[in-house]
Design a protein around this ligand. Sequence first.
Ligand SMILES: Cc1cc2nc3c(=O)[nH]c(=O)nc-3n(C[C@H](O)[C@H](O)[C@H](O)COP(=O)(O)O)c2cc1C
Ligand SMILES: Nc1ncnc2c1ncn2[C@@H]1O[C@H](COP(=O)(O)OP(=O)(O)O)[C@@H](O)[C@H]1O
Length: 312
Amino acid sequence: MQRWRGLEEIPGDWGRSVVTIGSFDGVHLGHQLVIDQVVNRARELDAKAVVVTFDPHPSEVLRPGSHPPLLAPHPFRAELLAARGVDAVLVLPFTAELSQESPQDFVRRVLVEALRARLVIEGPNFRFGHRAAGNVALLAELGREDDFEVEVLDLKVRGTAGGGEPFSSTLVRRLVAEGDVTGAAEVLGRPHRVEGLVVRGAQRGRDLGYPTANVDTVAHSAVPADGVYAGWLTAAGDRMPAAISVGTNPTFDGTARTVEAYAIDRVGLDLYGLHVAVEFLAFLRGMEKFDSIEALLDRMADDVKQAREMTG
Ligand SMILES: Cc1cc2nc3c(=O)[nH]c(=O)nc-3n(C[C@H](O)[C@H](O)[C@H](O)COP(=O)(O)O)c2cc1C
Ligand SMILES: Nc1ncnc2c1ncn2[C@@H]1O[C@H](COP(=O)(O)OP(=O)(O)O)[C@@H](O)[C@H]1O
């Protein structure tokens, strides 16, 4: 799969494209249906499947400071799209200038001239261009002038997560913030994960018998609610069952909120400085302030036992 940042990176001999435009943060099951349709139609039409997305999230530019919690940083998002057969991801730097472009200019510049769109697939609520003035009706009208078709997919995927609400990135963000990582996994079709560099902490874990990799999560990451979770820690391609703690370590009167993962039964690891991923399978319990280290250790032994069974 090709990854382009900006229109300049599109090869000059790129053929015709089947395109969808959106944030696709998380590439959840609803997104996956749209993406799969783009890929299938591209194969039928002998065209390329292209996903157009934005960085940073448009809301950060339109209302600074309002970046939503991030479910999938762009490199991981690209990996998820590649796995579904997408041929290229175009990441457009979302700037004040882009936000002021008219729907007509945006379509001409991006879809017609740069991507040579043959077909554009969107949901019924798709909005684009300055003040979100463009909608699917306008897109279809522009397509008639500029030789591309528009397909509107009205997909409402639901499950039991969030009380049966339609799947959306907003729903996943809410479930993650509530610590309902099982619900989040139902919508995503995989466990939610955060990623970042392993940094130094209080260096207390090793003395407790549970060294924990402290993960400095990438900016705006959707970190689950404080608590203890079962899941996995992936470092250098090794996916290890883990017991994960999110919180301020109140037993030690900590103040910084950290994400820490103990790779179960693994000794002698050196993870400092590595970029790792932490996946959340299940919420085990809330963060607690224990009266003694012994009490904390008893509970941690229990957590680890549960996490070992759930991930084994
Ligand atoms: C499975 C697990 C459960 C934990 N539960 C708690 C807890 O309930 N309360 C708490 O204060 N700290 C809890 N911790 C965090 C420990 O206090 C923390 O890992 C320890 O202080 C080591 O910190 P360090 O990595 O900065 O050295 C837990 C850690 C793990 C791995
Ligand atoms: N089983 C393990 N799980 C996680 N980290 C481990 C493990 N074994 C060794 N380590 C190493 O130990 C470090 C954590 O030890 P710890 O005493 O908690 O220090 P810190 O407070 O700096 O995180 C990790 O960053 C990693 O390099």
